[in-house]
Ligand binder design. Structure first.
Ligand code: PRX
Length: 633
């Protein structure tokens, strides 16, 4: 790989060049990889359509770059160190050679099940090495993976399977999560009642939970692997062939299948991994995300493996069997780069506990955060009590749609400020736009964060709905990609993300669409209508507040019982992550004369700001606000 940037001066030079000559800059990075055919054109783009093509005409297979390439130089280096949910279960490692063989085996199984290039494969699995293998096995044969986080409900899973038209599901009997276990196969069975296109289900045995196997459809992973060998020639794909789909919540009820293609995503994740984390060959890199989210795709699977790194993969949760689990794992495996979410930091900093007092943590070199704004207190605690004051923190801003990190310090190089993602990475051209759509050129102002030039890792479409892709990201500000985030650029030119400006709430680092939760609550037979907003929460960043209008039949009903039932609905329809923290029953919602719910007012009430509600004169029935204000829970 091209050596990572080594000084601030070099960063500024490289950044300037990447803006002046973007194609030459990215072509140089792309030259580090193994191509089966060189690209014809580095970049073609039009944000109006929108259409973006990177390295068009090129041919490759990303798994040759993640695996085969390293077999020549470092076959016996550890690729994956896996740590179980249960601290007493031995950890498992795979060298690059072993991982390569496992991926080839599984790819052969997929082929034997009839999977072909371009087919979608849905993956609903626990955080075990076979999950990484599943992604890579799909990529090996040019199939498109669609990973669904194993905390989603049967209904959410079914929607995603049907939207992607997947015919094969990879799953497990169950998943461990702290003290609990989740019956994944039972959830798949329930989902498949609504998925007529699914032909096969491959089931890995992890928890030994009793499961039902449907003959002709369900197959045991171990049995199928036993039938194949471990040689599988990688299929040649084109640069712009889809690599994966990953669903994310949006402003409307239906999740969006964000589609990423192969070559650009590869170049972007590899480059950002090496530069942001200042990766060194002897590093042990641990990203605590689940592979069900983009952070896991880009910085557990692709970014690290493309760099030939050793990556730690953890099945459990930070708070089980106790709050010291992360720190134990760091000491046990001598983790040198640790990448986690502010929500995990906030949950671990509660109380008097200081990890540096109870654990060595002397292997740590670099710390990172991702997924939501980090408050200054959490940043400082992380720096002092985990990093012992001497590990640089990279606060990395990016999104499912951006594919890889966009704005972030380079570890140890960019001077940091708590709460700031600092400066754009080379090749990334952010812009702040005013509500009127004018670019804010001066520093010290806040605006809507947009990106004005394509970057290789950007999403190319929403699966099956290119119109929605254009509407969501390219219509608010013509010729700009709009992120949905608010952002301030300070007088030093440093970027600080202030949070979502649309109807997405980030709860414990997970994006939730308010419309999706509203739809779920509305399915309760006693509910007429719901409005959901977010309110600041000490641990979760934001939490869900639902204002619910009930039918008159509900009069006199036990409100606590109803709240429980409503949350059971949400859990069943979306997943437990989307449950409402507060549910207030109201007789009406504040609406304008044209029938639009005024969420601004509800947001203020949820936040506890009950006096200064702004202009309510355009409301159809201003009286309703008074009632809601008084009944705040
Ligand atoms: O609001 C921003 C927030 O997370 C959103 C993207 O969420 P998702 O697609 O789930 O991807 C999360 C992991 C990349 C962004 O629009 N966000 C992400 N990173 C940061 C952040 N907000 C503030 N600071 C960050 N470092």
């Amino acid at each position: 790989m091209t050596p990572a940037i080594k000084s601030l001066e070099e960063y500024h030079k490289v950044y300037q060049r990447s803006i002046d000559l973007p194609e030459a800059f990215w072509a140089e990075v792309a030259n580090d990889f193994q191509w089966r055919k060189q690209w014809d054109k580095v970049l073609e783009w039009d944000f109006k359509k929108p259409e973006v093509k990177w390295f068009d005409g090129g041919e490759l297979n990303i798994t040759e770059n993640c695996l085969d390439r390293h077999l020549i130089t470092q076959p016996n280096k550890k690729a994956i160190i896996w740590e179980s949910n249960d601290p007493s279960e031995p950890s498992v490692t795979y060298t690059y050679r072993e991982l390569h063989a496992k991926v080839c085996e599984l790819a052969n199984v997929l082929k034997s099940l009839g999977v072909q290039k371009g087919d979608r494969v849905c993956i609903y699995m626990p955080m075990i090495p076979e999950l990484t293998m599943a992604l890579l096995a799909c990529a090996r044969i040019g199939a498109v993976h669609s990973v669904v986080f194993a905390g989603f409900s049967a209904r959410s899973l079914a929607d995603r399977i049907n939207d992607a038209d997947a015919h094969l599901i990879l799953t497990a009997d169950g998943a461990y999560r702290g003290a609990k276990s989740i019956d994944l196969k039972a959830i798949v069975d329930e989902a498949l009642a609504d998925c007529l296109g699914v032909r096969s289900v491959l089931v890995y045995q992890r928890t030994n939970t009793p499961i039902t196997m449907q003959p002709g459809r369900d197959l045991r992973w171990h049995d199928e692997i036993a039938k194949v060998d471990n040689l599988c020639e990688a299929v040649t794909v084109s640069s712009e062939d889809p690599l994966f789909i990953l669903y994310t919540s949006g402003s409307t009820g239906k999740p969006k299948g964000i589609m990423h293609t192969t070559a650009g995503y590869m170049v972007h994740t590899a480059y950002t991994f090496s530069n942001v984390f200042q990766y060194q060959p002897d590093d042990i890199f641990w990203c605590t995300a689940d592979i069900g989210w983009v952070t896991g795709h880009s910085y557990i699977v692709y970014g690290p493996l493309l760099n030939g790194a050793t990556v730690l993969m953890f099945e459990g949760i930070p708070t089980w069997p106790n709050n010291g689990r992360f720190w134990e794992v760091i000491d046990k495996h001598k983790v040198s780069i640790f990448y986690t979410a502010p929500t995990a930091i906030r949950s671990l900093m509660a109380g008097e506990h200081s990890p540096k007092a109870t654990h060595k943590l002397d292997s740590l070199r670099i710390l990172g955060t991702v997924g939501e704004p980090i408050n200054v207190e959490a940043w400082e605690w992380y720096h002092e009590h985990v990093g012992k004051g001497n590990c640089p923190i990279v606060d990395t801003w990016w999104q499912t749609e951006t594919g890889g990190i966009m704005i972030s310090p380079l570890a140890g190089i960019t001077p940091t400020k708590p709460g700031f993602a600092t400066l754009p990475l080379p090749g990334i051209q952010p812009a702040l736009l005013s509500e009127k759509g004018e670019e804010i050129l001066v520093n010290g102002e806040e605006g809507r964060l947009c990106i004005k030039f394509p970057w290789p890792g950007m999403a190319r479409s929403i699966w099956g709905d290119h119109n929605r892709f254009r509407e969501t990201y390219f219509s608010a500000f013509p010729n700009y990609y709009f992120t949905g985030d608010g952002c301030r650029r300070d007088l030093d030119g440093y970027y600080r993300i202030t949070g979502r400006v649309d109807d997405v709430i980030i709860v414990s680092g997970h994006n939730l669409g308010t419309a999706e939760i509203e739809n779920a609550i509305d399915e309760h037979e006693l509910v007429i209508e719901t409005a959901v907003v977010g309110y600041p929460h000490e641990l979760k960043g934001f939490a869900v507040y639902a204002f619910v209008v009930l039918l008159s039949e509900a009069k006199g009903a036990d409100e606590e019982q109803l709240r429980k039932e409503i949350n059971e609905f949400v859990s069943r329809i979306i997943g437990p992550i989307a449950k409402a923290d507060k549910i207030q029953f109201v007789t009406g919602l504040p609406k304008t004369r044209s029938g639009k719910i005024m969420r601004r007012i509800l947001r203020k009430i949820a936040e506890g700001e009950t006096d200064n509600l702004g202009d309510t004169s355009t409301l159809l029935d201003p009286g309703v606000v008074e009632e809601i204000r008084k009944g705040r829970v």
